[in-house]
Design a protein around this ligand. Structure first.
Ligand code: DLL
Length: 434
C-alpha cells in the first residue's frame, strides 16, 4: 500500500500546484524585498517588482544567490525576520572562514518537520517504526531535521547521533531498531562492524534505511541492501534552503520527489546560466516558497542532476530528480564535512618551503573517506634529514586539521614531480568511484 504524509499536497494536480507556487513566490518576494536589504538592492537594480510578478516564468528575471552571498552577509544579513522570531540556528559544515548561518522561525520548524515526515513516509517509515538517527546532532541539519520529522510521524526515535559504531549496533539489536538514518558510507561501516562483532544483520529487526547528505551510487545502494538486508532510499537537502526534507525517494527507488509546494526548482547550464534542456544534466537552482526566517531566491546549489518528467507509479505528482551526479564546483564532501581545495591551497601557500604545486587524493577505505595531500617541497627540504621532513609534515598536518576540521594525510614529494596543466588545473584525484 502506498502511504503519503500529506496526499492533498503530494498528489496535487500540476495546475493547482503551479497556482500555489506562484502565490507563495509572490509572498516570498514581498518578504525579502521588504526585509532583506541585499535582495531589495538587487531587485531595484534589476527593476523587479513583486507586484508585477504574474507567472512562474518571470522567475528568470530574478538574480541568482550564491554561497559567496551568504558568506558576505555572515552571520545574519540575509535573515528576513528579527532575531527574536528566530527559534533555531544551524550552520553549514564549512569551517570558520567558510561557515554559513541559517535560521528558522517556529513556523519554519513546523514545515521542516512535515517535510521530513513526508520523506520518511515516502521511504516506508510509519508510526510503528523504531528509528535510529545516526546523523550528527548539532549545527549540521541532518540529525535534528530528521528527528523532528520522525517524531511528527509518531515513530519511536532513538536520537543516538553519529559515531561509536559498536554501541550503535548494540542499541540497534537491543532496542529492535527497524529504520536507520545516516550517511550511506556510515551504513556500510555499520555493516562491516556487525561482521566484526559476529552479528548477523538478518537477525536484527532493521528493514529500511534513509541515506543522504553525501553523493552515493546505485552500486553502493545494492551493497547496503545486501549487507544489511534492508531497503535503502536516497534523500537530499542542503542547509541553505532547509536541510533534509527537500527531496526524497519513494519506495519505487527511481529518483527523488522534490517537495515542490515548498521549493521551486530549476536546472540550469552552469556555464551559460540558461535553463538546461528538458532531461539534460545541469545545476539545481532552488527558490524557497515558504521559508520565513531565511528565504532563498534562486540559490545555486552547485549540485548536478537532471529532472525526470515521467509520472511516478507511486501516485505522487511532485517531479523527480535523478540522484545527485556531482558538483559544478570543486567542493568535496569528506566524512560529511565540506572541503574546498582552495582551503588546502591557502594553508600550503602560507607554509615556507612548499611549492605552489599540490594534489589532493581522495580515497574510500573501509567505507570511510580519506584525503592525502601531496605537496611539492623545495629541494633543500626534500633532501633534508628525516627528522626535519617529519617536522614539516606534522606542521602541515596540524595547520590543515585546524583549517578543515578533519585530519588529512600529508606526503612530501620532490619538486616537479606532480603533473602540470596548461589549461585549468586538476588538483583533485577522487578515487572513490561514487
Ligand atoms: O547534508 C543536509 C542533509 C542532511 C541532507 C541529511 C540529507 C540528509 P549540508 O551539510 O548543507 O546539508 O550539505 C549539503 O550535501 O549541496 C549536496 O552536495 C550534498 N548532499 C546532500 N544530500 C545528498 C544526496 C545536508 N542525497 C550538500 N546525494 C548538498 C548527494 C547530497 N549529495
Amino acid at each position: 500500500m502506498t502511504r503519503y504524509w500529506e496526499p492533498e499536497r503530494e498528489c496535487m494536480a500540476r495546475e493547482d500546484l503551479e497556482q500555489l507556487q506562484l502565490e507563495r513566490l509572490q509572498s516570498t518576494l514581498y518578504r525579502v524585498g521588504t526585509h532583506v536589504p541585499f535582495y531589495r538592492k538587487k531587485f531595484e537594480e534589476l527593476k523587479v517588482d513583486h507586484d508585477n510578478f504574474r507567472s512562474l516564468q518571470d522567475l528568470r528575471r530574478l538574480p541568482f544567490t550564491t554561497k559567496q552571498d551568504l558568506r558576505d552577509n555572515y552571520p545574519y544579513g540575509l535573515f528576513a525576520v528579527p532575531l527574536r522570531e528566530v527559534v533555531r540556528i544551524h550552520s553549514s559544515s564549512g569551517t570558520t572562514g567558510l561557515a554559513t548561518v541559517v535560521g528558522y522561525t517556529r513556523n519554519d520548524l513546523k514545515n521542516w518537520a512535515d517535510l521530513a515526515a513526508r520523506i520518511l513516509t515516502g521511504a516506508g517509515v510509519t508510526a510503528d517504526d523504531v528509528i535510529q538517527i545516526a546523523f550528527g546532532y548539532g549545527l549540521f541539519t541532518g540529525g535534528f531535521g530528521l528527528h523532528y520529522g520522525a517524531e511528527r510521524l509518531g515513530a519511536s526515535v532513538i536520537p543516538i547521533s553519529a559515531g561509536n559504531t559498536k554501541r550503535q549496533i548494540q542499541i540497534m539489536q537491543d532496542f529492535k531498531t527497524t529504520a536507520l538514518v545516516c550517511t550511506p558510507s556510515y551504513a556500510l561501516i555499520m555493516a562491516d562492524t556487525m561482521m566484526e562483532m559476529g552479528i548477523n544483520p538478518n537477525g536484527l529487526s532493521l528493514r529500511v534505511g534513509l541515506f543522504g547528505a553525501e553523493p552515493w551510487s546505485e552500486a553502493m545502494r545494492r551493497e547496503i541492501n545486501e549487507k544489511l538486508g534492508i531497503s535503502a532510499t536516497d534523500n537530499y537537502g542542503l542547509s541553505e534552503v532547509m536541510g533534509p526534507g527537500v527531496a526524497g525517494e519513494c519506495q519505487e527507488c527511481r529518483g527523488l520527489h522534490i517537495n515542490e509546494d515548498h521549493f521551486l526548482l530549476e536546472v540550469i547550464n552552469p556555464e551559460t546560466l540558461e535553463p538546461a534542456a528538458p532531461g539534460e544534466l545541469g545545476e539545481l537552482v532552488i527558490t524557497t516558497l515558504t521559508k520565513e526566517a531565511f528565504p532563498m531566491i534562486r540559490y545555486r546549489t552547485r549540485d548536478l542532476t537532471r529532472l525526470i518528467p515521467e509520472p511516478c507509479p507511486c501516485g505522487r505528482t511532485f517531479i523527480r530528480m535523478e540522484r545527485i551526479k556531482g558538483r559544478s564546483d570543486d567542493m568535496l564532501i569528506i566524512k560529511g564535512v565540506n572541503v574546498f581545495p582552495v582551503q588546502i591551497e591557502r594553508v600550503l601557500f602560507e607554509i615556507k618551503g612548499t611549492q605552489p604545486h599540490y594534489q589532493i587524493v581522495v580515497d574510500r577505505k573501509n567505507h570511510s573517506d580519506t584525503i592525502t595531500v601531496l605537496v611539492e617541497v623545495d629541494e633543500s627540504i626534500f633532501f633534508d634529514e628525516m627528522r626535519k621532513q617529519r617536522q614539516m609534515v606534522d606542521h602541515i598536518k596540524a595547520r590543515l586539521a585546524s583549517e578543515l576540521g578533519i585530519s588529512v594525510a600529508v606526503k612530501l614529494v620532490e619538486e616537479k614531480t606532480l603533473e602540470r596543466f596548461e589549461g585549468k588545473s586538476k588538483r583533485v584525484v577522487d578515487n572513490r568511484k561514487l
